[in-house]
Design a protein around this ligand. Structure first.
Ligand code: DMJ
Length: 453
């Protein structure tokens, strides 16, 4: 045996370690550089909101005007974006946004608001920003809002109405869907834990359970349900918009609250999703639509909203499916250099051509990068970010696209672009200390909630 062999092996090992150390620090430096670019672009969006729409719900980036959802402002963009400002350490901007919220935000308004949207964007935003800043005024606003939303749950089934009047408590629109009836417990539950008032948890938990109880014999839920009768009005089942975050909250409420009922509901639901909604085409994994009663495939469509599902699969421990589905989402993204709202995955034809600055594919890239540490996902994230900037950046902020094929823009910058899309881009590239992933559960609007109780 060659006496020099052990020494050689040690030297080779050292060289491998040194060179992988070098490539790691190169990767880290590159990530920091992308994180800085994300921050700069986020500021471009935020500064233009400040310049043209300050105090309103949202910026209209093409006309450089503002938009209020209900004719008067609920400060949708500042509340939704505040925790992103804090996480990016944009302290001056964060303080200014917080001062505006503290001074001007009032929920004592005679307007009907959408319970689901207001819960995920405003209630979620106020709670996470309260946890990040310790500003008690934010918690007081959250409690006031939560209290004003409670009448929404006063239906014969306990499933919430779609709209509730913030001042009078009157409700309207009984036809809802599982995402809207089942995506409330992270926010209402956190409010209960932070205020010591159990009513919020109980109402939202009941709505989630009542949705689950109405699943078909196969175990699937449909696309629309009447909250007064509890009857389904559309049996179309999928993981897309209108149902998506119902599944997300089954798992996440187990994670955040340790609520065993949620775990049981998740365990009973997810194998059914795999059986009836998952689809294999050309060796790729996709999720389509099926009739909730018969399980028959009804549509082979997938889209920007479905692209949250790899994140949920990864979070719940199913990395193999998460990786495969993310590859499909990225294929969809690359079809036209930016993803459309809906495609038919059997033909790869675009079925709905808009792009609303949605975050879901970025969210999944972030989760997969976190769980696998694989540089494939930072490269993927960089491509997505470069395309996002290339096609959606405009002189006054970021604009949605009317058509991903022609790249024609539309006059819209939804608050979730700041709350979610930029936040997930940033966290994907930021140093690990920017946010301790394992200590938080993101609500469906990317507001990190912590078990501080
Ligand atoms: C957001 O408001 C939330 O992520 C919701 O769960 C789905 N739609 C938008 C983003 O696309």
């Amino acid at each position: 045996m060659n006496a020099k062999a052990p020494a050689l092996r040690v030297i080779t090992l050292l060289l491998v370690l040194i060179s992988s150390g070098c490539s790691k620090s190169r990767d880290d430096a590159r990530a920091r550089e992308v994180a800085d670019r994300v921050k700069t672009e986020f500021l471009h969006a935020w500064n233009n909101y400040e310049r043209y729409a300050w105090g309103h719900d949202a910026l209209k980036p093409l006309s450089k005007t503002s938009h209020d959802w209900y004719g008067q402002s609920l400060l949708m963009t500042p509340v939704d974006a505040l925790d992103t400002l804090v996480l990016m350490k944009l302290d001056t901007e964060a303080d200014k946004a917080r001062a505006l919220i503290d001074r001007d935000l009032s929920f004592d308004r005679d307007i009907y608001v959408k319970n689901f949207e207001i819960t995920i964007r405003l209630l979620g935003g106020l709670l996470s920003s309260y946890q990040l800043t310790g500003d008690k005024r934010l918690l007081a606003l959250a409690e006031d809002l939560g209290t004003r939303l409670l009448p929404a749950f006063e239906s014969p089934t306990g499933l919430p109405y779609v709209y509730v009047n913030l001042r009078t408590g009157q409700i309207r629109d009984p036809v809802s869907n599982p995402a809207e009836t089942g995506t409330l417990l992270l926010e209402f539950g956190t409010l209960s834990k932070l205020t010591g008032k159990s009513i919020f948890y109980d109402k939202a938990k009941r709505a989630l359970v009542e949705t689950y109880k109405r699943r078909s014999q196969l175990g699937l839920v449909g696309s629309s349900i009447n909250v007064e009768t509890g009857a389904w009005t559309d049996p179309d089942s999928h993981v897309s918009g209108g149902i998506d975050s119902y599944y997300e909250y089954l798992w996440k409420c187990w994670l955040l609250f340790g609520d065993k009922d949620c775990l049981e509901m998740w365990n009973a639901s997810i194998p059914v999703v795999q059986k009836y909604l998952a689809d294999e085409v050309r060796g790729e994994l996709w999720y389509g639509h099926a009739d909730m009663t018969t399980g028959r495939r009804t549509e082979t469509t997938y889209g920007a909203l479905d692209a949250f599902f790899p994140a949920l699969l990864a979070l719940s421990g199913d990395l193999p499916r998460a990786r495969r589905l993310q590859a499909s989402s990225f294929k969809m993204w690359n079809l036209h250099g930016i993803e459309p709202e809906v495609i038919d995955y059997t033909t790869m034809e675009v079925k709905a051509a808009t792009y609303h600055l949605r975050p879901e594919i970025v969210e999944s890239t972030y989760y997969l990068h976190h769980y696998t540490g694989d540089s494939e996902y930072s490269r993927m994230g960089e491509t997505i970010f470069d395309d996002f900037v290339k096609y959606c950046r405009t002189e006054a902020g970021y604009a949605a696209l009317k058509d991903v094929i022609t790249k024609e823009k539309r006059d819209e910058m939804e608050s979730f672009a700041l709350a979610e899309t930029f936040k997930y881009f940033y966290l994907l590239f930021a140093p690990p200390g920017a946010l301790e992933f394992d200590k938080v559960v993101f609500n469906t609007e990317a507001h990190p909630l912590r078990r501080t109780w």
